[in-house]
Design a protein around this ligand. Structure first.
Ligand SMILES: Cc1cc2nc3c(=O)[nH]c(=O)nc-3n(C[C@H](O)[C@H](O)[C@H](O)COP(=O)(O)O)c2cc1C
Length: 308
């Protein structure tokens, strides 16, 4: 998740909770005139715990730029790369990137035709149902089926929904068997029971991708793998996770407001882990002093009740 799941977040999550078979890096804008330098990419990725299987992600509608980045990433040792056809934000979609490409299946076809024969790494695709209409995915399926892809990750919302409303599981159930590649479901998974229900509902599904759920219920991977914790064990684990992030971002920030603004963004999700979470978030949101913020968070871990 752009601006949230950076390398430090991934390393910390892996050390304290673990359980993800793969993690996806926030997208790289892969155009031919991108200012990103190989040296910086290499330095950035080298900080990742080597036990983590990381999938880099490209956001682009520019076949030459994608080819350039995909080759760089293959040379850095990544053997799977994801193409983001799901980003729903208008500043991305109006340039026909992310979900903005979904109404143009022929452009998706052209880009795949251009890059697939030349990319060493396997290509994974992340997709929404459409930009404005869920049926936009229908003509895209035979195109995806023409190429050798590693997998297709579907977030069954349209981009117009952003993150509102509900995911369309019934429509997902109808379309996913038409895809000949392994399919991964993504969207609103917070509890392990949702995964068990989907295991029954979506026969043949390859797996699940979890985004916000890893913030709202950081125990999700442990719970799916059958681990249980007492209340005090869970709070201690969560506290350790949180303060590892807190101290890291504090040490890297150039000013308090920037640091607190990042922590508040994280707390917009972490607060939902707790009963009466809205009131905790409301309190934290108004704090502009790092010490007071830290003490308020300490109090939450001492007194709060976890929801999941
Ligand atoms: C703040 C934020 C940043 C995101 N950044 C990315 C991104 O860089 N690449 C991507 O594929 N999805 C991104 N997503 C979408 C998530 O990966 C996921 O598809 C979406 O949130 C639905 O799954 P969830 O309900 O498990 O979060 C982002 C979502 C949020 C809320």
């Amino acid at each position: 998740m752009q601006a949230m799941t950076d390398i430090h977040f991934m390393n910390t999550y892996h050390r304290i909770f673990g359980g993800f078979t793969e993690m996806m890096a926030p997208y790289l804008m892969a155009s031919n005139n991108s200012p990103i330098k190989v040296k910086n990419l290499q330095k950035y990725y080298s900080q990742l715990n080597p036990e983590i299987s990381l999938i880099p992600q490209l956001l682009s509608n520019d076949a030459a730029g994608m080819l350039h980045f995909a080759s760089l990433l293959s040379d850095l040792g990544f053997n799977k790369i994801n193409w983001n056809l799901g980003c729903p934000y208008p500043f991305v979609t109006k340039k026909q990137r992310g979900s903005g490409l979904l109404p143009f299946p022929h452009r998706i076809d052209e880009i795949l035709e251009h890059i697939i024969p030349h990319v060493k790494a396997k290509l994974s695709i992340k997709i929404r149902l459409g930009l404005n209409d869920k049926n936009e995915i229908i003509p895209i399926i035979p195109i995806l089926n023409k190429y050798p892809l590693a997998e297709v990750i579907i977030h069954p919302r349209t981009a117009a929904q952003l993150y509102g409303g509900t995911t369309d599981k019934a429509f997902f159930a109808e379309v996913f068997p038409q895809i000949k590649h392994p399919v991964i479901y993504n969207g609103d998974i917070i509890r392990k029971e949702q995964v068990s229900e989907m295991e029954k509902e979506f026969k043949g599904i390859k797996g699940y991708m979890i985004g916000r759920g890893a913030f709202i219920n950081p125990f999700i991977t442990n719970q799916v793998n059958g681990m249980e914790f007492t209340r005090s064990e869970a709070l201690a684990k969560y506290r350790e996770f949180y303060f590892e992030l807190h101290h890291h971002y504090k040490s890297k920030s150039v000013n308090t407001l920037g640091f607190l603004s990042h922590m508040k963004e994280l707390w917009s999700y972490f607060s939902q882990s707790f009963e009466k979470g809205d009131s905790y978030f409301f309190a934290l949101r108004s704090i502009n002093d790092a010490t007071v913020f830290e003490q308020t968070v300490e109090n939450i871990f001492k007194t709060a009740t976890l929801t999941y």
